[in-house]
Design a protein around this ligand. Structure first.
Ligand code: GLC
Length: 559
């Protein structure tokens, strides 16, 4: 049986490691991570056993949103390196057997993009303005054209000196593009080719659910139906003025035509904060291959809730023929090593504002859950996305002082939301040094003292470490895939498993997670292949918040 990792559809079973470039590895001491820093550290990701890296934007940018405000998609920001550095990275990754997915930001540009600068000097109604969304204000023109709110907080419109307003669904430095303009579409398809010709293996499309907007005729106010947060509920069914509209799918098909014209075809994944059933539409056979499963990420740590999300995700993926995906953390959400240990019902955003004082996170529960969640994530059939540092068990840094915060969310919400910096603190590679091996000097965000003992150096040789658990899990997952019945296999729940347990088989693996309040007994006919428990699974028992992998032949697990 061929190894699915080497086939054209490698993404169906891939483990993709997300690199948030600013915080991964700094080669030149400016405090920001960069491309040569990534290249130097690629062996860490290859040794971990990942199949691919996804690198967040490294293009020329004024960095008002950490690079998600792109001024030129064909240039590397000097703080991140050069085009030659990008080529070196791609070449080195391929030598190590890693594929490279890069981030494309099609919903908006930076306000320093040549198109936007041209639009500002052009008159209202000009073609230059029509690549963006410029409108007159309401009333005497001093009121924004609609009541739309931006994701980062505050109105989604900013006024320019001649009195018109432009739309920015994110920060004011990120004007939204109008995708009905033919040049916008042509240019982005050309950007894809630019990077495909340099050898990248795929793309992650940022805010894919926002590109299509209803801009014909007068714009509609949203009133109380405003979606303040990013997940668009089921209610709209494609009719929201700018989120998850039905007409976005034609744009995705255009991207797919470009990537399919290459041999082998390249991978595509959507960031789409649409409701799960609507998100499945993004992965129809002629659209993108995958979409991040944010429902899994948002599901509470309860057996019934997780099982329901897993079943629904699998059914929807089967409906379109796409491979399911699973993700627990990324650069926009509270790290799961902390999030999963919050008391039931505590909103992670509210918790962040408590500056870590109350409610307190129990470190033992947090570590147990993070270890068990890793085994759950990596046993599920499909593709798994890891966020840098989760293999070290990094917690959210919840107590960053306000004066170091850089996420525009903090300012735009007038401090009501702390923002995403706490999951973006630079990685600790060693236990010493000015930024714990991240770079030769201090890092752009301070690292907490706990990062010393969580560093790669500190965990590397420790068989009980989180890093060791991830390495073993990825190696086992790979073995099970090579036998042809692994991560692309159907999932079968173990019949009659006790309440509070997740107990399923996928290919050659059986995964048992104990989410009940008491110990669970594992089948005794064969020893576990791997457990999340620090002391193994003594007496064949799993304590609460522990997980085990067994060979698929074992009998029933009992609570
Ligand atoms: C996506 C990115 C996020 C960014 C936003 C605007 O959600 O993941 O980091 O702020 O898009 O580009």
């Amino acid at each position: 049986m061929s190894d699915p990792r080497t086939t054209e559809q490698w993404w169906r079973t891939a483990v993709v490691y997300q690199i948030y470039i600013r915080s991964f590895s700094d080669s030149d001491g400016d405090g920001l991570g960069d491309l040569p820093g990534i290249t130097a550290r690629l062996p860490h990701i290859a040794d971990l056993g990942a199949d691919a890296v996804w690198i967040t934007p490294f293009y020329r940018s004024p960095m008002h949103d950490g690079g998600y405000d792109v001024a030129d998609h064909r240039a590397v920001d000097p703080r991140f390196g050069t085009l030659d550095d990008a080529d070196d990275l791609i070449g080195r990754a391929h030598e190590l057997g890693l594929r490279v997915i890069i981030d494309i930001v099609p919903n908006h540009t930076s306000d320093q993009h040549a198109w936007f600068e041209e639009a500002l000097t052009a008159p209202p109604g000009s073609d230059s303005r029509s690549r963006y969304v410029f409108r007159d204000g309401q009333g005497d023109g001093t009121e924004p054209p609609t009541d739309w709110q931006s994701v980062f907080g505050g109105p989604a419109w900013r006024r320019v000196p001649d009195g018109q307003w432009y739309l920015h669904l994110f920060g004011p430095h990120q004007p939204d593009l109008d995708w009905s303009h033919p040049e916008v579409r042509a240019d982005f398809e050309d950007i894809l080719r630019f990077w495909l010709d340099r050898g990248v293996d795929g793309f992650r499309f940022d805010v894919a659910h926002g590109m299509a907007k209803d801009l014909v005729g007068p714009l509609r106010d949203l009133g109380p139906a405003q979606v303040h947060h990013r997940i668009v509920g089921d209610g709209w069914q494609g009719g929201h003025p700018f989120w998850d509209r039905d007409d976005v799918h034609a744009l995705l098909r255009g991207f797919r035509r470009v990537t399919d014209a290459y041999t082998p075809p390249r991978a595509t994944v959507a960031e789409s904060w649409a409701a799960l059933d609507r998100r499945a539409l993004y992965t129809r056979p002629d659209e993108l291959h995958q979409a991040f499963n944010f429902d899994f990420l948002n599901t509470p740590w309860r057996a019934d809730a997780l099982r329901a999300t897993i079943d629904r995700s699998l059914a929807l993926a089967a409906g379109t023929g796409a491979a399911p995906t699973w993700v627990l953390s990324n650069h926009d959400v509270v790290r799961h090593a902390s999030r999963l240990a919050l008391s039931d019902g505590v909103d992670p955003d509210d918790w962040l504002l408590t500056d870590g004082r109350t409610p307190h996170i129990d470190p033992v529960r947090a570590a147990r859950r993070a270890r068990a969640a890793a085994l759950l994530l990596l046993a599920l059939p499909g593709a798994a996305y890891l966020y840098q540092g989760e293999e070290l068990g990094l917690p959210e840094v919840a107590d960053l002082p306000a004066d170091v915060l850089q996420d525009p969310v903090h300012d735009r919400s007038a401090g009501r939301r702390k923002g995403r910096d706490g999951c973006r603190v630079p990685l600790p590679w060693s236990a010493t040094g000015p930024s714990l091996g991240f770079g030769p000097g201090p890092a752009w965000l301070p690292q907490p003292p706990s990062y010393r003992s969580l560093s790669v150096e500190a965990q590397h040789l420790d068989p009980d470490s989180m890093l060791a658990l991830y390495r073993r899990a990825l190696a086992l997952r790979h073995t099970c895939m090579s036998t042809g019945t692994g991560a692309d296999a159907p999932l079968r729940w173990q019949s009659d498993s006790a309440p509070g347990l997740l107990d399923f088989r996928a290919g050659d693996l059986r995964c048992v997670v104990n989410l009940s309040d008491g110990p669970a007994r594992l089948p005794t006919d064969r020893p576990p292949l791997l457990t999340s428990a620090l002391s193994g699974a003594p007496g064949g028992r799993l304590l609460p918040d522990e997980a085990a992998w067994l060979g698929a032949g074992g009998g029933e697990a009992e609570a």
